[in-house]
Write a protein that binds this ligand. Structure first.
Ligand SMILES: [Zn+2]
Length: 109
């Protein structure tokens, strides 16, 4: 399943976001492994958001919702309609990351 960056439209495979994107941060292998087993609600704590941001990633409430990605042009801005739509869907699906990813894919979000 692919979801798209809200800023540049780049498609990202959700399994990459769920499993591999953490490895692109400055975290150690041990920390990255620990991150994978965290509950969804703790995966984007301030600490991890900072690590992701340093690697070019910006997410909504979950890593399925890509707001900015490492492929984004430096001065590009997120599409506000896309950000709002994805935030509303994210709210609706709650912890159901599969459902959210499927819906994003269906609507090319
Ligand atoms: Zn992007």
């Amino acid at each position: 399943m692919d979801v798209h960056c809200s800023t540049c439209g780049e498609p990202w495979d959700v399994f990459h976001l769920w499993e591999d994107a953490i490895v692109e941060t400055g975290l150690s292998v041990g920390e990255a492994n620990a991150w994978r087993s965290l509950p969804q609600s703790q995966k984007l704590s301030d600490h991890y958001r900072k690590e992701f941001q340093a690697a070019g990633w910006e997410f909504g409430q979950t890593v399925t919702n890509v707001v900015r990605c490492p492929s984004c042009p430096k001065n590009a801005h997120a599409n506000p309609d896309r950000v709002d739509t994805k935030a509303a869907l994210e709210e609706l699906f709650g912890d159901d990351q599969d459902g959210l990813a499927t819906t994003f894919e269906d609507y090319h979000l």
